[in-house]
Design a binder for this molecule. Structure first.
Ligand SMILES: Cc1cc2nc3c(=O)[nH]c(=O)nc-3n(C[C@H](O)[C@H](O)[C@H](O)COP(=O)(O)OP(=O)(O)OC[C@H]3O[C@@H](n4cnc5c(N)ncnc54)[C@H](O)[C@@H]3O)c2cc1C
Length: 500
């Protein structure tokens, strides 16, 4: 084996090390994070990996969600890989199909596709004799040194617990499983839910359907944001001078760092600005006083994931749009019956009811050192040190894992920073500092205590029901400014780790 080049030791002196340990990796999931991990591993000279993807196409979120109106709600030039900025985005917030095409083009360009095993779900990961043994649904067995779980957060659709759901006589589907064979033009469509997805669907379909009924359990604050297209001249300029795209990416990152600072400090002046903008949007753009009050949330803006939408209020004020605020009693063959006894007749029922946000790597069965079960470790709720790793599960790292940064900024940035951090832990393995690395129980306990204490000061904890809140009502999120996350991701504190 070739000698390994000089490396820096812990005390800063340069050593000519022994041969590096050859490492084999499994990346589970070929969504945005898995593709990025593959690019970065290969770039770091760690090319011995397989990406397992249970679907027959890459793209994760952007493959599964194809509903009308789907677009990112952070600017596209921020929702881009830092190593593959894109001069060709069509809009400030580009449509989902374009994002999927972008992920596919990056995977092609960086030669990731040949390393993906499509249509094969990893069902089991077991740590035995210092290595991870993976089993897939197709019967493949792989033995690797390191697992990078990029299995997604908003991935498993959550169906609402509504009586009679199965008795509906029309077409019914979850927003992440849109049935494009169902005709919308001239139909009577009902949408359950009022999150970002529902709002995007309402705006996109209201002008096509005979009647649109939006079933609202909770009103939402809406941050106004125009979605202008980039002109051909602008895109030509981006292509000619890639520096301008880099600068745009950096400026947007800075702007959204500021936003993250606002939501984690409920009393900050920036948070007040956001609330004022949302209130002015509602006051200024909804003419009917009765409708306006029914659309007015009774909690603070930002407490639930802030909705960024250019024209939701225009859409919901169309003559064929109906906002229903009475609770849903049951679904019947002909439509949805509400608590006031009314039957809202429908041809199509869309469940824009979100995702099971506490699944993370599950239902994959993960067994760590000494038979430790991830399901048991997470019996109360999922926890991970810095949202990346779990005690007793050595060399197992998650991207977009539990309690990581959420809010209206780019999860691409989050995953890239996490991967940079993970690569530094991997370097400890490669250099031979240790064969197994996992956070100590103490590190996780201390981190969690600080996280829960800080979460109390965030706007997410100011009194609303949201998917950010765990079973205790604690925001399941990174409760500090994004700058602190960046800082933490710069270099691991190795005293937080068991290095065996
Ligand atoms: C409608 C919608 C809009 C969004 N908009 C934004 C936005 O504007 N900005 C933003 O930052 N984020 C947004 N998000 C969040 C979005 O999920 C992330 O930005 C990002 O796409 C997550 O990428 P990921 O690779 O971590 O997970 P995913 O995209 O969920 O990919 C996970 C992949 O892993 C595969 N997989 C899972 N388990 C296994 C297994 N056991 N074996 C094999 N394969 C497996 C899945 O099939 C999937 O392909 C949005 C999410 C949704 C649902």
């Amino acid at each position: 084996m070739a000698a390994w080049p000089a490396v820096d030791s812990d005390d800063g002196t340069e050593q000519v090390g022994a041969d590096p340990r050859p490492l084999r990796f499994a990346i589970v999931g070929a969504g945005m994070a898995g593709i990025m991990a593959a690019v970065r591993l290969r770039e770091a000279g760690l090319g011995d990996f397989t990406v397992y993807e249970k679907a027959d196409r890459l793209g994760g979120t952007w493959r599964d969600n194809t509903y009308p109106g789907l677009a990112c709600d952070v600017p596209s030039h921020l929702y881009s890989y830092s190593f593959a900025l894109n001069p060709d985005w069509s809009h400030l917030f580009s449509p989902g199909g374009e994002i999927l095409a972008y992920l596919e083009s990056v995977a092609q360009r960086f030669d990731v596709v040949r390393s993906i095993r499509f249509g094969d779900e990893v069902v089991r990961c077991e740590f035995r004799h210092g290595r991870w043994h993976l089993d897939t649904a197709a019967g493949v067995h792989d033995v690797v040194d390191v697992v990078i779980a990029a299995t997604g957060v908003l991935h498993h659709p959550r169906l609402p617990d509504i009586a009679g759901l199965d008795s509906f006589g029309g077409a019914m589907f979850h927003s992440a499983r849109w049935d494009h064979a169902v005709p919308l033009d001239g139909s009577r469509i009902g949408i359950v839910g009022t999150g970002s997805t529902a709002v995007q669907i309402v705006s996109a379909v209201v002008d096509r359907v005979a009647r649109l009924t939006l079933f609202q359990r909770t009103a939402q604050w809406v941050m106004p944001a125009a979605n202008p297209p980039f002109t051909e001249e602008q895109r030509e300029e981006f292509r000619r001078d890639p520096g301008t795209v880099t600068e745009l990416h950096a400026n947007l990152a800075q702007l959204f760092d500021g936003f993250s600072g606002a939501v984690v400090d409920a009393e900050s002046p920036q948070m007040k600005h956001i609330e004022d903008a949302c209130r002015a949007n509602l006051e200024g753009n909804v003419a009917d006083a009765g409708l306006r009050e029914r659309l007015r949330p009774d909690y603070r803006a930002g407490c639930k994931r802030l909705i960024v939408a250019p024209d939701f209020y225009r859409a919901i004020q169309q003559p064929n749009a109906v906002l229903v605020t009475d609770a849903i009693e049951q679904v019947e063959r002909g439509g949805v019956r509400t608590a006031d006894g009314r039957l809202h007749e429908l041809d199509v029922l869309v469940l824009a009811t979100g995702f099971k946000v506490d699944a993370f790597v599950r239902p994959m069965v993960v067994t760590g050192r000494g038979g430790a079960s991830l399901d048991r470790a997470w019996a109360a709720r999922p926890e991970a040190y810095l949202s990346i790793s779990v005690p007793d599960f050595p060399n197992f790292f998650m991207l977009n894992g539990p309690n990581g940064p959420v809010g209206n900024f780019s999860l691409i940035q989050v995953a890239e920073l996490q991967l940079g951090y993970i690569l530094q832990l991997v370097e400890c393995l490669r250099r031979g500092d240790c064969r197994e690395i996992s956070p100590t129980h103490e590190a996780l306990t201390t981190f969690e205590a600080a996280r829960v204490a800080a979460a109390a000061k965030t706007v997410w904890a100011t009194g609303c029901r949201s998917w950010y809140l765990d079973d205790r009502g604690v925001p399941a999120a990174w409760p500090w400014p994004f700058g602190r996350f960046r800082q933490e991701m710069e270099a691991p504190r190795l005293d937080a780790y068991d290095m065996v």
